[in-house]
Design a protein around this ligand. Structure first.
Ligand SMILES: Cc1cc2nc3c(=O)[nH]c(=O)nc-3n(C[C@H](O)[C@H](O)[C@H](O)COP(=O)(O)OP(=O)(O)OC[C@H]3O[C@@H](n4cnc5c(N)ncnc54)[C@H](O)[C@@H]3O)c2cc1C
Length: 440
């Protein structure tokens, strides 16, 4: 018997169809067509299920997956909750140019999340989390290779590695033990001095003298998440067992005791044998009436998309400014720059003061960039306090599944999370240990 309530005797996998007890094709409704929902739909459809992918926008990836930092950051999966963060918190919270901004609210969910975050700031948990996250990120990397081996997806993928640069020698020295430890877990990383960083990325010349050094990870890649999502949408549209329902807002989940039987939308009900919640931050209000409290908090961040021309001295390599927590991803026609964490905001609105600050920081690092036509964007990272996504069954509901909380790494982790989810839905041997990613 699979977790879909499909009787084993009646499961009939004709070419690509799984049949339920009533002899009909098993209907799975995936809520949310961001990168996580699209990837979920892909792997579930490949399992032979009848998949309906529903989103409130007329196209896919119109929210957090729209203009993110573009990093496929398979070896940089360390949680935000790190013991080092606690000593930095006062300056981050008080300084106007801080990468992290915290607005306290009379909101119990915010304080619960903050307490869980602080509890996660210990060495033992950080190391355990990194190990668990690397298993998921390496699964995602392999899944991308597999996908690209089968299908030509054009999403400005560049596999030139990632260079994290440090101005402060103390910060670089502090990062070194983690490099050793991650190397022991299979992450290929090397430490460079300042001159080595400039040799690798000549656009860093202007700040070469200020650089203590950097960490180079050759296996990292960058790409455009929106274009990746559009590619997945095109693949899904070719499958006979996938139904894309765009421009329809989900209002509620209709359930009978511990089973969801339909997804209620603003244009009627979608019947469901199983439901996958992949609606990012908006999964929280949809699950609340079912008594499921998702421990997610929206961490707002910003990006700039800078049109590139051949004459501009822009980075050609993925660069991260460690102190300011700014990432630079060269895409085909654009340089994507992403940064900042605003906590205590409910909406993905652009705060002009944060964009001004970001532009100033960018020009201090790459003074030759032309930012006049840079396009600003903001999104809410759907984040757990320990930075691990939640991929598995939702509480006591037998046919309700979660694929949420990828936080700052949703593009990186989408394929691995979706593969892990699909294996659990089908009650098959999971590709990695699912235990660390269950809802507690
Ligand atoms: C500034 C910034 C930079 C980032 N940089 C990176 C990076 O470099 N690398 C990386 O890996 N990750 C990065 N991320 C994180 C990544 O963008 C997110 O983790 C990822 O996009 C989350 O995908 P998702 O599918 O869960 O959510 P979303 O993309 O938000 O998708 C959720 C979907 O659900 C739909 N939805 C919600 N409610 C309803 C409803 N009621 N009815 C119907 N549809 C609904 C929405 O319309 C949306 O399409 C960044 C995020 C930000 C904000």
């Amino acid at each position: 018997m699979t977790n879909l309530d499909v009787s084993h005797n009646l499961v009939l996998r004709l070419a690509i169809t799984v049949i339920n007890r009533r002899g009909n094709a098993v209907q799975v409704v995936v809520i949310g067509a961001g990168v996580v929902g699209l990837a979920s739909a892909w792997y579930l459809a490949r399992q032979g299920l009848q998949v309906t992918l529903v989103d409130r926008h007329a196209d896919v990836a119109q929210e957090t997956s729209f203009a993110n930092g573009g990093q496929l950051s398979y070896s940089y999966v360390a949680p935000l909750a790190d013991p080092g963060v606690i000593s930095k918190l006062p300056q981050w919270l008080l300084r106007a140019d801080s990468p992290l901004r915290f607005r306290p609210r009379l909101d119990p969910a915010q304080w619960r999340w903050c307490m869980a975050f602080l509890r996660s700031c210990n060495d033992a948990q950080v190391r355990r989390t990194i190990g668990e996250m690397l298993s998921l990120s390496f699964l995602s990397r392999d899944a991308l290779d597999e996908l690209l081996g089968e299908h030509a997806l054009d999403f400005d993928l560049i596999r030139t590695g990632k260079l994290v640069v440090y101005r402060d020698p103390g910060a670089l020295a502090a990062a070194a033990p983690m490099v050793d430890w991650q190397r022991s877990l299979g992450a290929d990383q090397r430490i460079l001095d300042g001159a080595g960083c400039v040799a690798l990325e000549p656009a860093l010349q202007a700040i070469g003298g200020q650089l203590a050094g950097g960490i180079f990870t050759p296996g990292e890649a960058t790409g455009d998440c929106l274009r990746f999502c559009q590619g997945l949408k095109a693949l899904l549209a070719q499958l006979p067992n996938v139904h894309l329902v765009l421009g329809r807002e989900v209002k509620a989940l209709v359930h009978e005791r511990n089973r969801v039987v339909a997804v209620r939308t603003d244009h009627g009900d979608l019947p469901a044998d199983a439901v996958v919640m992949a609606a990012g931050m908006f999964s929280v209000p949809l699950l609340k009436p079912l008594g499921i409290s998702l421990p997610l908090y929206g961490l707002r961040g910003y990006s700039l998309s800078v049109p590139l021309d051949a004459a501009m001295q822009a980075p050609r390599l993925s660069v991260t400014d460690a102190a300011r927590k700014v990432v630079y991803a060269p895409l085909n026609q654009h340089l994507r720059i992403a940064a900042m964490v605003d906590m205590g905001v409910a909406r993905a609105d652009i705060d002009p003061a944060r964009i001004t600050l970001l532009k100033q920081q960018v020009l201090e690092t790459f003074p030759h960039l032309e930012l006049t036509n840079a396009k600003a964007w903001a999104g809410l990272r759907p984040s757990t306090a320990h930075s691990k996504p939640i991929v598995g069954r939702a509480g006591n509901f037998s046919n309700l599944w979660l694929n949420v909380g990828q936080g700052a790494l949703g593009f990186t982790l989408a394929l691995g999370s979706a593969r892990l989810l699909a294996a659990q839905v089908m009650n098959e041997a999971p590709p990695i240990d699912p235990a660390p990613f269950q809802l507690r």
